[in-house]
Design a protein around this ligand. Structure first.
Ligand code: NAD
Ligand code: TYD
Length: 353
């Protein structure tokens, strides 16, 4: 049994689905079901005895203790977080609470549980912390990609909260010996991503005939990683990663935001043409994000060379699959975009006009 936190969110749900398709080991999935958590992502697991879903908060110590005592997991894979930079700018407090205090609580409960194990189980136990490349800060155009040795320079409330959680993870290994591993990955894309992030937002807006908002000049660069490649990397690090180590996960796919949006429009023009002409007509430049990091790029050679992981998808194959998934799953998009999302849209994009 493994304990997954945040397994109803974008990456967590992909991880749970892939894990249960791949092996027999059961999962207990703890998720608070915030706006970003969605049980529809896990609909394929209805009636699946190997998936135990628990609605709850990682800040709830008593709940965590009960779950550890009951399920005796051999590992924790920690995805649960507030994950959207723009939301962290409008309201950082949930980020401090979940990403920092929640990780602290999980570490404390994991440490007590780990100390209660026999020596073999102690050696085998893993706490895998899923983090981001944004902790490293912003790169100049010609600077080398982030290696694991890069100093932390987080710039947004989101990345600062993730950096703080990474430091806690490191300290719990260094001080208490808890067998932790951390992965720092680049921007994920793929099925089940909430359409507040660039790629699914652009697909959903294009389908609705709405503007495709580009922050600033569209020249900010991100490295894109297909979500199932990320899930495979996490499984590799869980199985083979050395306790106390960090591993960068990236797709070797640096793109400007404008390139990404143009590519999405071209694929949509091919798969779902509009009678009004190319979707590029909807591209709209809007006010930039405050403190907008210019460039992220990941050097994933440590993971490749030490543990043999490589991404299976290129950006071209992954982005085609992603667009096709959103076009095939319009009811999923309609459901997540109803209700509270409308208020966020007004808050974030209303202010940029
Ligand atoms: P997401 O926002 O889609 O999902 C987060 C999940 O965590 C949701 O299901 C939510 O309900 C749950 N959650 C939030 N607060 C909780 C709490 N207090 N207790 C229990 N559950 C809670 O995020 P994601 O994109 O799937 O990201 C997963 C992890 O990967 C995060 O730690 C994020 O920082 C990291 N990451 C994401 C990306 C990316 O591109 N999406 C890139 C790098 C790192
Ligand atoms: P996002 O998907 O929010 O991920 P992150 O901020 O974690 O990298 O944004 C990806 C890039 O796209 C980022 O440079 C901001 C930009 N962006 C836009 O230009 N328009 C938008 O509407 C959004 C949501 C993002």
């Amino acid at each position: 049994m493994i304990l997954v936190t945040g397994g109803a969110g974008f990456i967590g749900a992909n991880f749970v689905l892939d894990w249960l398709a791949d092996c027999d080991e059961p999962i207990v999935n703890l998720d608070k079901l915030t706006y970003a958590g969605n049980l529809e992502n896990l609909a394929a697991l209805q009636g699946e005895a190997r998936h135990v879903f628990v609605k709850g908060d990682i800040c709830d110590r008593a709940l965590l203790e009960r779950l550890m005592a009951k399920h005796k997991p051999r590992a924790i894979v920690h995805f649960a977080a507030e994950s959207h930079v723009d939301r962290s700018i409008h309201g950082p407090s949930d980020f401090i609470r979940t990403n920092i205090e929640g990780t602290f609580m999980l570490l404390e409960v994991a440490r007590a549980y780990w100390n209660s194990l026999d020596e073999n189980a102690k050696t085998d136990f893993r706490f895998l912390h899923v983090s981001t490349d944004e902790v490293y800060g912003s790169l100049e155009p010609n600077a080398v990609p982030f290696a694991e040795s890069k100093a932390y320079e987080p710039n947004s409330p989101y990345s600062a909260s993730k950096a703080a959680s990474d430091h806690l993870i490191r300290a719990w290994h260094h001080t208490y010996g808890l067998p932790v591993v951390t992965t720092n990955c680049s921007n994920n894309y793929g099925a089940y991503q909430f359409p507040e992030k660039l790629i699914p937002l652009v697909i959903a807006n294009a389908m609705a005939g709405k503007p495709l908002p580009i922050y600033g000049d569209g020249q900010n660069v991100r490295d894109w990683l297909y979500v199932t490649d990320h899930c495979a990397a996490i499984r590799t690090v869980l199985a083979q990663g050395r306790p106390g180590e960090t591993y960068n996960v990236g797709g070797w796919n640096e793109k400007t935001n404008l390139d990404v949006v143009n590519t999405l429009c071209e694929i949509l023009d091919e798969l779902s043409p509009s009678s009004l002409g190319s979707y590029k007509r909807l591209i709209t430049y809007v006010k930039d994000r405050p403190g907008h990091d210019k460039r992220y790029a990941i050097d994933a050679r440590k993971l490749e060379q030490e543990l043999g992981w490589k991404p299976a998808e290129t950006f071209e194959t992954g982005i085609h699959k992603t667009v096709a998934w959103y076009l095939d799953n319009q009811p999923w998009v309609d459901n997540v975009l109803s209700g509270a999302y409308r208020e966020w849209e007004t808050l974030n994009y209303g202010l940029r006009r």
